[in-house]
Design a protein around this ligand. Structure first.
Ligand code: HEC
Length: 197
């Protein structure tokens, strides 16, 4: 009986934090769709130098070279690896990207952007032409925002699942340790009685 109790305890202690990877917080299918949108609609002008996957072990570079970009847009568009972290906390950066992509409007014939105007101040004039077609705009904008959020913080899902797991694990260990504590004291009292009696 006692042996069994301690075996279970050892098993829990050893196997506990080993498998904590699943329970994705971000919707992985949105990340995957967003990756496609990025490749088709953003990569012409933007790189992701800190992004890593099997097909891109060195990150992703923009398809146009810097000289042509500078000539065409008057600047080199920013690398987007960390853009969601740079534009907001938590999921605020992803929301910014979504609002940027869906926030174009015309004023006196000039193309402007609401999100950029709020972020920078000024008149909202932007060097980025609307990169997504009207059709399916919201879905594509959301997916690519989710993808960029994932690029900037690829470990987020893992961290969240570990957090939840650690809480459960700690609670369980507290209960088990309390049981051991009672057992030990019962044994000590017995011993004390035997010695003094
Ligand atoms: C034709 C070239 C081009 C394409 C395609 C393009 N961009 Fe841009 N992008 C730019 C340029 C130029 C800027 C700089 C805009 C400025 O500062 O006014 C920019 C800036 C940005 C910024 C930074 C805005 C800020 O707050 O400073 C984000 C985010 C961004 N682009 C996202 C995207 C996404 C997502 C896509 C694909 C859906 C995309 N871009 C496609 C040219 C492009």
């Amino acid at each position: 009986m006692k042996g069994g109790f301690y075996t279970v305890l050892m098993f829990l202690a050893l196997t506990g934090p080993a498998h904590c990877t699943s329970f994705p917080f971000m919707d992985t299918s949105a990340i995957e769709r967003g990756r496609k949108v990025f490749m088709e609609a953003c990569r012409v002008c933007h790189g992701l130098k800190y992004y890593r996957d099997r097909a891109h072990p060195q990150g992703i570079t923009a398809l146009m070279d810097e000289a042509s970009l500078r000539e065409g847009f008057g600047m080199v568009p920013p690398d987007l690896s960390l853009i969601t972290s740079a534009r907001g906390r938590g999921t605020g950066g992803a929301l910014y990207v979504y609002r940027l992509l869906t926030g174009y409007y015309r004023e006196d014939g000039v193309l402007k952007n609401r999100a950029l105007k709020e972020w920078r101040g000024g008149d909202g004039v932007t060097a980025m032409p609307p990169p997504l077609p009207e059709e399916g705009l919201k879905e594509k904008a959301r997916d690519v925002a989710v993808f960029l959020h994932h690029v900037a913080d690829p470990k987020e899902a893992e961290r969240r699942s570990i957090g939840r797991y650690v809480l459960g694990y700690t609670t369980l260990m507290t209960i088990l340790l309390y049981l051991i504590y009672r057992r030990v004291w019962r044994a000590l009292k017995k011993l004390h009685r035997a010695l003094s009696g």
